[in-house]
Write a protein that binds this ligand. Sequence first.
Ligand code: AKG
Ligand code: FE2
Length: 288
Amino acid sequence: MRKITDAEIRFFDENGYAIIRGVLQDDELANFQKESQRLIDEVVSGGPAAPWCIKGPEGIPFYLTYLHVHPNSFSLRLLAHPFIGDLLTRMVGPDFIPCYESLVFKLPGHGSSVPWHRDGNPVQGSERIFNIDIYPDKSTVENSCVWVVPGSHLWEKERANEMIARGRAHFDLPDAVPAEMEPGDVLLHHTKVMHGSTMNHSPQLRRVIYFDNRSFAWNRKYRWWTDEFVDLRCRLYLYALFQRKTNPYPLDDEVFDYQVPDGAPVWKPGDPIDLHASREGREANRTP
Ligand SMILES: O=C(O)CCC(=O)C(=O)O
Ligand SMILES: [Fe+2]
């Protein structure tokens, strides 16, 4: 199966984003398209997933959070894709830990905008904190693809905030580039790279899965969350790997073997699993 190349990692380090073409194989892609459409229909029709879906500035649902909680047959297996395990081992470290998962969608005809931003609570340090963005659809300027400002992940906070304010007044920013994607491609975006997208007025749906990942070492440094949270997340990842291993796609030809970091918990088949593994109430720096 496809692996990220060293040249693609270098491009990411310089630009704060990278487009990796042709990661998903057709069998997985077809299931991903079918299942994510079903979840979107569930949201739009006011079903069980609807209260978990955040609305954008126009009041339109676009961000379905805690994806694994909503019964489906694609999200855990996608997280366990060997492309992801390999790239996180190389780009984050062997003690990486998946922490967020969401489905972002732009409905046809009236898809939410996402104003220019950096992702939440950017750190001062230079760690490679990024999202893995996996595309089941073609994403173009026409159906409101994500735009990025290359290199802005290296900017000081003041400069980024100034540009964000400017981009929120008028979307077109100098030097911004569209990240146009094909089904099965993966976009990596640094949490500090400026990014955003316009409303979708086209008749085409546009979807993305976002996986945000950290590491045990980074959490010891920044104390984002309690140990309980990262332990739950470690179990969830082991559970996801088990799901893919025992229910592979026909074209799968390898499995990712995660080496559980020293001191982290192990999940074994039959053990209970918390598919929510909520961050809420588990923020370590939170003032009471
Ligand atoms: O998919 C998009 O248009 C951007 C979503 C995004 O950046 C976010 O939800 O933080
Ligand atoms: Fe974002």
